[in-house]
Design a protein around this ligand. Structure first.
Ligand SMILES: [Fe+2]
Length: 316
């Protein structure tokens, strides 16, 4: 390749491409980062990539926190692996397809690991993290909810979004972030079985109507449990109205007896319900909703999750 062409390609990678390129040496120090990635992730040459992950090489499940560090340590190269990276500026998880390579370069000090990153759509990334038949089932349920009731449709989309943000804040893995999104999308599927006059009633529910409404948790779980491998998700739906102090429904589970995703749902669900417009009341402000959720930490909600959720909302 002639030298002008090499310079042109180098110039495109350095300044014009939206793709990220990162090169680390054996001690994980960054030897090269192109402009697009430097700005996006606030990384500079000389930084230790491990610091970006809080000094943690592997998570509690023994998985590497960084594909590039794994490639450096083990020599395993990745091709088109979908991966989430948390941006230090906005705290959001950005999704990429990642390729990693090992390279030996005596001039640059021996063994190098190189990664290229191409940003991809968040929903597409979530889909790759779960079994494809599960994703199509989630999407069918979400569609069914939308056909039944417009408010529930917009509510579950908002809850799904909050669930994925809370999962990132709780440092859950990319697969768990994807799962959080999808359980948010289907947690109210049981409302399909609630009569129209109760679901969209314009004033307060009577005691009997409230009891009927409460059935949506069990009905949702029953619908989902019909499918193979959906037992865990059915339990998450069943228990999303439990309270941390044991006074919720349907089983009165307490603290960590309540599934992790159900405890997350309780917070995201309440926040969206408070901040959404309904025909019988005005929405409350973000600050009022956060104050109410903080007030209920330890009674209605898991206190550690409340801290993470409120941090996320306050600094968003
Ligand atoms: Fe619900």
């Amino acid at each position: 390749m002639d030298i002008d062409l090499q310079q042109l390609i180098a110039e495109i990678i350095e300044n014009k491409s939206s793709h990220g390129v990162l090169v680390i040496s054996q001690n994980y120090h960054i030897r090269y980062v192109n402009n697009s990635f430097r700005d996006r992730l606030n990384l500079s040459v000389g930084d230790n990539l491990l610091d970006y992950y809080g000094g943690i090489i592997k998570d509690i499940n023994g998985r590497y926190t960084s594909l590039l560090i794994e490639t450096m340590d083990t020599g395993k190269e990745y091709r088109n692996e979908v991966w989430g990276l948390k941006c230090l500026y906005d705290g959001q998880l950005h999704w990429f397809t990642v390729n990693t390579y090992i390279n030996y370069n005596l001039v640059m000090g021996g063994r190098l690991a190189v990664a290229s990153y191409v940003q991809i759509d968040r929903l597409k990334a979530y889909e790759t993290k779960l079994q494809s038949q599960h994703v199509s089932i989630f999407q069918s349920f979400a569609k069914a909810i939308g056909m039944r009731d417009y408010y529930t449709m917009s509510h579950v989309i908002q809850v799904a979004q909050r669930m994925s943000e809370l999962a990132v804040e709780l440092d859950m893995s990319p697969e768990e972030v994807a799962m959080a999104y999808f359980v948010g999308l289907i947690h109210d599927v049981g409302k399909i079985g609630i009569p129209e006059k109760i679901l969209n009633k314009s004033d307060s529910l009577t005691a009997d109507e409230y009891e009927t409404m409460k059935n949506h948790a069990k009905m949702g779980a029953d619908i989902v449990r019909e499918m193979q491998d959906f037992d865990e998700i059915a339990d998450i739906i069943l228990y999303h109205h439990e309270r941390y102090d044991g006074t919720g429904y349907p089983a009165g589970l307490k603290g960590e007896e309540i599934p992790h995703y159900s405890r997350m749902l309780a917070i995201c669900d309440a926040y969206d319900a408070m901040t959404s417009f309904r025909c019988y009341r005005q929405p409350v402000s973000t600050e009022q909703a956060i104050a109410e959720i903080c007030k209920c930490a330890g009674s209605q909600f898991d206190p550690q999750m409340v801290t993470a959720f409120c941090n996320k909302i306050k600094y968003a």
